[in-house]
Design a protein around this ligand. Structure first.
Ligand code: AMP
Ligand code: MG
Length: 341
């Protein structure tokens, strides 16, 4: 299949109408969002949605997020929109927050991965919203990467993973948040954070008054344990090299790397540290700026692969604000290997 490439930052670009048309008719297109690039299909077309799982090599029990372009489209997808969900939508939509509620019969089992719930998000990216509007239907869209690889934050990443497998890629430049959306379940009595992202626990707690953080955000699930979010049981974001997170000061990190490195070792460090390390480095943002780390982390993990390293020592990020999302992605890339220095 030939993958059509469309470069635009103009939501009124007529070519986006064509992308909407492709999607409405059951095709697959990668689109930019403020978080990462998404691989979209008509959420009401189960055959089209099956194509997403096939193109990504995604396990069929890992449900997809449904993207809408206006608040009113939500009601048809869920059994009810409770008051606390309305409040969060008014505060954080459009934006990088996904909310899980019991699904309506409009949502089929392929989208929901067989669950009785559905995850919905109203993105802020003008191109994403224009494509949803042109399609005239909600779009199921997971990250537009091959399953298990780092998520794509640039169109070139999508092309690398999915070129020739999907109908179109819309390129609007790099994503501004850089990590996938915050996933929040509103199905239980207390709201539960299943995946950290751009809307932080601090912001959610201030809005809701209460919030549980699923243990799978921090720790590896025990084998056989059923995760609240099926995506959390899969190996994720992993480069081919073995990544190890080193927890401690920069001096301790430098000493450890000095005594353990060989020519195939790489340091994944903060921008300001690269010149101070005696080995090859890939940087992921500034130490004091968690947003810059979020914007860089997936690109950095892809760079690690391009360098051909077989072992990567990574700096441990601060875990407040969006830093929790950076930690969550990095610790999965490291398959939970952490060494306390
Ligand atoms: P992705 O779209 O690739 O960013 O992945 C979506 C994430 O949301 C995965 O971790 C899914 O497991 C999670 N997710 C989507 N729908 C649900 C749902 N209904 N219940 C729990 N987790 C969900
Ligand atoms: Mg993903």
């Amino acid at each position: 299949m030939e993958t059509k490439l469309i470069q635009t930052t103009d939501p009124h670009d007529e070519r986006l109408r064509g992308v909407g048309e492709i999607l409405r008719r059951g095709g697959l297109a990668a689109i930019p969002t403020e978080t990462v690039y998404g691989l979209a299909a008509n959420a009401f077309d189960e055959a089209a949605v099956r194509g997403i799982y096939r193109a990504k090599g995604r396990p069929s029990d890992n449900p997809l997020i449904v993207h809408i372009s206006a608040f009113e489209q939500w009601q048809a997808l869920v059994t009810e929109v409770p008051d606390r969900a309305k409040k969060l939508a008014s505060l954080f939509w459009p934006g990088p927050l996904t909310m899980i509620l019991p699904k309506s019969e409009r949502i089929g089992p392929v989208v929901s991965g067989g669950l009785s719930t559905v995850a919905v998000r109203l993105p802020s990216h003008p191109i994403a919203r224009a494509v949803i509007d042109f399609a005239g239907v909600p779009l199921a869209a997971p990250s537009a990467n091959t399953s298990g690889r780092p998520s794509p934050t640039r169109a070139a990443d999508v092309l690398e993973d999915l070129g020739g497998k999907i109908d179109a890629i819309v390129d609007a430049g790099p994503c501004s948040v850089g990590v996938e959306s915050t996933v929040l379940s509103l199905c239980g009595s207390v709201p539960r954070l299943l995946r950290p992202g751009g809307i932080t626990p601090e912001m959610l707690r201030a809005a809701l008054g209460e919030l549980e953080i699923d243990p799978a955000v921090f720790e590896q699930l025990q084998s056989g344990e059923a995760p609240a979010s099926p995506g959390m049981k899969y190996k994720h974001y992993a480069p081919r090299a073995e990544v190890v997170l080193l927890k401690g000061s920069f001096d301790a990190f430098r000493n450890y790397v000095l005594s353990h490195a060989d020519e195939h070792t790489l340091a994944l460090c903060f921008t300001e540290e690269a010149a101070l390390l005696p080995v090859k480095t890939v940087t992921f943002g500034s130490e004091k700026d968690s947003l810059s780390q979020a914007q860089r982390i997936f690109e950095a993990l892809r760079e690690v692969d391009r360098c051909g390293a077989n072992r990567v020592y990574a700096r441990f990020p601060a875990m407040d604000g969006i830093g929790l999302a950076v930690f969550n992605r990095l610790v999965r890339a490291a398959a939970f290997r952490i060494i306390e220095l």
